[in-house]
Design a protein around this ligand. Structure first.
Ligand code: NAD
Ligand code: DAU
Length: 337
């Protein structure tokens, strides 16, 4: 089976390639990635059975690059290539429209030309917007994105779902909650807090820090994507959430500090993110119905993740140099003033 993974040098994409090579001896993987600031070939250095993985640098929104990646044909596409950070989308949203919206349409067009092959479109719970103190997102919750990132993902979901109806595309859409685990770029909450604490830098918590996210270990997400790719019904949406993963941000930050033996005095409450979603919580009943079960307990998964960043200092120190520094200054300079 020939599988195309887009965005396979990023956080979830690289974890997915590790997972597929380890669990699916029947697959060969082509990995199309533009290597933006978030793409990192070091994430793929210790792949099991690396002969079954081919890397191609290219842009998912460029038809020629996508045609090159399809080669003689692919059986399945796991589409993860995207601009993925909410804060960056608030600073400048152009790249989000290019990669997330046009990129998805370019893949749809290629699959239509090929005439067969399943698309697993990897999306996010952020398309639903924010929840009050009670309730959970189901697949029929209304779309109500509150950031350019979330809006671009909602647009891409609708393009995929429309192509199922208009053109009979064989596609499924997944909407997962917040991932954590190895190889996550240190712009996202958990790796940012771990690496800042390791450097004894302040930990910038937006607003009161009482916002809730539904955390899932990236390997549980990858296992769910694999199950959906085989068992998912054409045209269906599958929410994927953590196992008891709902926590306030401050609880996550304090757990990280405790695991590192660092002081809570590093926490700084800073100016909030505009239109900051208050709470996410996921109803995963539909994907549970396909037989998927999350394995990771959040506290154990967090401890494992903290250890990974302790043991991979060279990885994140390289990532946090260069262009990262100007992003950090733009995002946090005034806030941490
Ligand atoms: P990431 O930012 O770590 O990685 C994105 C990858 O896509 C990078 O390797 C980057 O180089 C590549 N890329 C970006 N634009 C591209 C383009 N135009 N052409 C080819 N490659 C391109 O992101 P991530 O956290 O791994 O997220 C992967 C996917 O999962 C995204 O679609 C995201 O919306 C979705 N998702 C993420 C989370 C999360 O918690 N991180 C949760 C749910 C869904
Ligand atoms: O829910 C799924 C989404 O989760 C994915 O679609 C996105 O790609 C991924 O980035 C993530 O979005 P969030 O905005 O929820 O993740 P982030 O790590 O940026 O923030 C998590 C929470 O922590 C959120 O409430 C904002 C807060 N936060 C974040 C940062 C970076 C802070 O308080 N301080 C920070 O410096």
């Amino acid at each position: 089976m020939r599988i195309l993974v887009t965005g396979g040098a990023g956080f979830i994409g690289s974890n997915l390639i590790h997972y597929l090579l380890a669990t699916r001896p029947d697959v060969e993987i082509v990995n199309l990635d533009k290597l933006t600031y978030a793409g990192n070939l070091q994430n793929l250095e210790d792949l099991p059975d690396a002969r079954r993985h081919t890397f191609l640098r290219g842009d998912v929104a460029e038809p020629d690059d996508v045609a090159r990646a399809f080669g003689a044909g692919v059986d399945q596409v796991f589409h993860l290539a995207a601009e993925s950070h909410v804060d960056r989308s608030i600073l400048d949203s152009r790249a989000f429209i290019h990669s997330n919206v046009l990129g998805t349409q370019t893949l749809i067009d290629r699959l239509r030309r090929q005439g067969h092959g399943r698309l697993v479109h990897v999306s996010t719970d952020e398309v639903y917007g924010s929840l009050g103190p009670a309730g959970r997102f189901t697949e029929t919750s209304p779309l109500d994105p509150t950031s350019p990132y979330a809006a671009s993902k909602a647009a891409s979901d609708l393009l995929v779902l429309a192509a199922v109806k208009t053109h009979g595309l064989d596609a499924v859409v997944t909407r997962c909650s917040n991932n954590y685990g190895p190889y996550q770029f240190p712009e996202k909450l958990i790796p940012l807090m771990i690496t800042n604490a390791l450097e004894d830098r302040p930990l910038p918590v937006y607003g009161d820090g009482r916002q809730v996210r539904d955390w899932i270990h990236v390997r549980d997400h990858c296992a769910a994507l694999e199950v959906v790719s085989r068992e998912g019904r054409r045209g269906e949406i599958y929410n994927i959430g953590g196992v008891g993963g709902e926590r306030e941000n401050l609880v996550i930050v304090r757990t990280i500090l405790a695991a590192l033996g660092k002081s809570a005095a590093l926490i700084r409450h800073v100016q909030d993110r505009p239109a900051h979603d208050r709470r996410y919580a996921i109803c995963s009943d539909r994907v549970l119905g396909l037989g998927w079960r999350g394995q990771f307990d959040l506290e154990a998964g967090l401890r494992e993740t903290v250890r990974w960043y302790q043991e991979h200092r060279a990885w994140w120190e390289a990532v946090k140099s260069g262009a990262y520094r100007s992003y950090y200054e733009q995002q946090y300079g005034k806030r941490l003033g």
